[in-house]
Unconditional design. Structure first.
Length: 153
């Protein structure tokens, strides 16, 4: 059986397209791993850095809701996985990305996140512990596709 040359060429190029989507250059996160953190120490860091001024977590309520116009609960159920890397990035670079669910006036002030940058205020160990505390608070909900078979004869 002879395969058409265009189909043959496309099938040979598909793996290249898949590989080109993976970053293996100098900015790649490949090989980056931090040691395990202590969730109890992370909860203490959450309170010590006053994250609960604007956020709440499963076992730490927002400190004084009347004191700020910002309330962003952390954790809970989601259809997307909240990765270790995304939590780290959200803490060390809060202007990196905003949730589409949040009103921009709450999350953003002149194009920058209203969350202070804590990079010079916390140790690496505190960051590791904080992420170890926050990550288990997210629960992934598996969405199953609907079956509409009963609607069709």
């Amino acid at each position: 059986m002879r395969i058409h040359p265009v189909i043959s060429g496309i099938s040979m190029m598909l793996p290249l397209f898949w590989l080109s989507g993976c970053e293996f250059g100098p900015a790649s996160p490949a090989g980056f791993a931090l040691p395990p953190g202590d969730a109890n120490a992370g909860q203490a860091t959450f309170v010590e850095l006053r994250c609960h001024d604007c956020h709440s977590a499963r076992d730490v309520p927002q400190r004084d809701p009347a004191a700020t116009d910002i309330y962003l609960p952390l954790g809970g159920k989601s259809t997307r996985v909240t990765t270790y890397a995304s939590l780290l990035t959200s803490i060390i670079n809060p202007s990196h990305r905003y949730s589409a669910r949040l009103p921009r006036v709450v999350a953003v002030d002149e194009g920058e996140s209203r969350m202070p940058v804590y990079n010079e205020l916390m140790t690496v160990q505190e960051l590791i512990d904080l992420v170890a505390y926050l990550q288990p608070q997210y629960e992934v909900i598996v969405v199953s596709p609907n079956s509409y078979e009963s609607y069709y004869p």
